[in-house]
Design a protein around this ligand. Structure first.
Ligand code: NAP
Length: 349
């Protein structure tokens, strides 16, 4: 049982990110004091929403410079915190020039770096780490022989050259558990969101959450969508899960934060229902052989298509609902709210 003093400041790493911004906002609305780390607290763009939150909650939000790859850079901001919510990690989709440097090293070394600071700062009692369903499964074909993935499952199929983002999340989470088990002062709770969608507090995030929905309007699915299922969760629910996981004394282990799985066609159907025919939302699924031929043009590998398209997917969130009392929004609301925000922000016209 870990009791967190509700008056102690909470450290949120990567505080300006898409998901973390909602965590920061909810913590402030709950009356907590928050220290948010960002790479560059003086950057002129991308922190506006945090400055507004700081003004709305005087004296309760401060920004601190820290880089995942700069050893010891989180230590000072952590001093006096009992709860550390570590979200910072790159979530980049599509073909990358150097996945090792762009994804894997910041995720793994960054987690090690943050937890070395936790080891050095006596006040910390609990770390909540943003992991992902990507650390639970690699490809959808991993469902073979299962009804549903649970928090007991680990991704055993991703590597530095296949599903690199999933690999980055898996090795980072494994390192976190290793470091946690090597000591007995602080405990670790991990949160595993599916694809996070829903309204963004920032227009500056490079998150894959932003690029994914872009593919529904850029013409790439004009002929049809791949029969691909994904786990989906609302950004507001994913953020709230982190906070409840942090402040529930008995919380332990891995918590899946996923509302349900939907297909790309389901998303297209929801978007078309809400926003009409103005955009090229898909209206049907294309046969897998066709998808496979066109895969490289769409930035996918043929191996990805083989191992993911056409396979059902399921994540069991029952432990999260039962132990943390979380309820997850209907995914249609999430999808519509996400796209409406893109219109409001002028990202789609
Ligand atoms: P995001 O908006 O891109 O946020 C990522 C954050 O990581 C940014 O705030 C960025 O900070 C920080 N970061 C990246 N490289 C860094 C570095 N070298 N040093 C310090 N900070 C660094 O993405 P997000 O979608 O909110 O993702 C947040 C977390 O949720 C990640 O751990 C991601 O793996 C996880 N997650 C996301 C999803 C999803 O669908 N979005 C699903 C499951 C899990 P700066 O702004 O300071 O550069």
């Amino acid at each position: 049982m870990t009791e967190i003093d509700s008056n102690a400041p909470v450290l949120v790493t990567g505080g300006s990110g898409y998901l973390a911004s909602w965590i920061v906002r909810y913590l402030l609305e709950d009356g907590r004091t928050v220290r948010a780390t960002v790479r560059n607290p003086r950057k002129p763009k991308g922190l506006e929403h945090l400055h507004v939150l700081a003004e709305e909650h005087p004296g309760r939000l401060t920004l601190h410079a820290a880089d995942l790859l700069a050893e010891g850079s989180f230590t000072e901001a952590m001093d006096g915190c009992e709860l550390v919510i570590h979200t910072a990690s790159p979530f980049l989709m599509g073909k990358l020039d150097d996945p090792q440097e762009q994804l894997i090293r910041p995720a793994l070394e960054g987690t090690r770096n943050v937890l070395n600071s936790v080891n050095a700062i006596d006040s910390v009692k609990r770390v909540v780490l943003t992991s992902s369903v990507a650390a639970i499964h690699g490809d959808n074909i991993d469902m073979r022989g299962k009804d549903c993935f649970t928090d007991a499952d680990w991704n055993t199929t991703s590597s530095a050259s296949h599903q690199e983002y999933s690999y980055s999340k898996t090795v980072a989470e494994k390192e976190a558990w290793r470091m946690c088990e090597a000591q007995d002062r602080w405990d670790l709770v991990t949160v595993h969101p599916g694809l996070v969608l829903g309204p963004s507090l920032t227009t500056s995030s490079a998150s894959g959450s932003m690029t994914t929905i872009g593919h529904f309007t850029d013409g790439s699915m004009i002929l049809g969508a791949p029969a691909l299922e994904i786990g989906l969760v609302d950004v507001r629910d994913a953020a709230r899960t982190h906070i409840v996981a942090g402040f529930t004394p008995a919380a332990h282990g891995r918590y899946i934060a996923n509302a349900e799985t939907v297909s790309l066609l389901d998303i297209g159907t929801t978007l078309r229902g809400a926003f009409g025919k103005r955009w090229t939302f898909p209206t049907r699924e294309l046969p897998k052989p066709l998808i496979k031929i066109g895969a490289p043009i769409g930035g996918l590998t043929r191996k990805f298509v083989d191992l993911n398209v056409g396979w059902p997917l399921c994540f069991d969130n029952s432990r999260t609902r039962r132990e943390l009392g979380m309820e997850f929004r209907d995914t249609k609301t999430t999808i519509v709210d996400h796209f409406q925000q893109m219109i409001d922000d002028g990202i789609v016209t």
